[in-house]
Design a protein around this ligand. Structure first.
Ligand SMILES: O=P(O)(O)OC[C@H]1O[C@H](OP(=O)(O)OP(=O)(O)O)[C@H](O)[C@@H]1O
Ligand SMILES: Nc1ncnc2[nH]cnc12
Length: 172
């Protein structure tokens, strides 16, 4: 765990709903040394995994996923919310810490047997990442790992993702 990055993450009580403690990464992103350290830390975890594609979820996931794909020399696949992807899609419904929604991926996004790394900013209940895994599996890719900047351990999201290697840089 990289405890030195914790001081850049701001905690906002009761956002977006009463009773949720929100872990705000904007305070980390605006600090050039902290942002670099975060991306370098994630890249170190991913090193040697022979990743063909990084798959990330709109919108905070894109920030880390795109930077990591660039560093790994991998392709980047966006997972988006309803009505955003222009070609034929597959979808998965999911619940997260503060709501429910659906996620979409292009049907031709991943090649069969390609090695995929799923990247997101934060693991809470694991609902979002589990939905991405189910789509990646539908497209017959191989999930080499799931990487998060932040893991909220008390919400046990890891248990929903127990079939895959799960990594996080910062734990609460
Ligand atoms: O583990 P879970 O309980 O599923 O929660 C984690 C997800 O929640 C947040 O996304 P959010 O849906 O708030 O969207 P955003 O990135 O657009 O802010 C976060 O970026 C993760 O994707
Ligand atoms: N507590 C939380 N803080 C920030 N993002 C989240 N996504 C799901 N739960 C969250």
């Amino acid at each position: 765990m990289d405890t030195s990055l914790k001081k850049y993450i701001r905690h906002i009580p009761d956002f977006p709903k009463q009773g949720i403690l929100f872990y705000d990464i904007t305070t980390l992103l605006k600090n050039k040394a902290a942002f670099k350290k975060a991306i370098d830390g994630l890249a170190k975890i991913a090193k040697g995994k022979k990743i063909d594609y990084v798959v990330s979820v709109e919108s905070r996931g894109f920030i880390f996923g795109a930077a990591l794909a660039y560093k790994l020399g991998a392709g980047f696949i966006p997972v988006r919310k309803k009505g955003k992807l222009p070609a034929e899609t597959i979808s998965a419904d999911y619940a997260l810490e503060y709501g429910t929604d659906s996620l979409y991926m292009h049907k031709d996004a991943l090649k069969t047997s390609s090695r995929v790394l799923i990247v997101d900013d934060l693991l809470a209940t694991g609902g979002t990442a589990a939905a991405v895994c189910s789509m990646a599996r539908q497209l017959k890719s191989r999930i080499a790992g799931i990487i998060f900047l932040i893991e909220l351990c008390g919400l046990k999201g890891r248990e929903k993702l127990k079939d895959y290697p799960v990594y996080s840089l910062i734990q609460y």
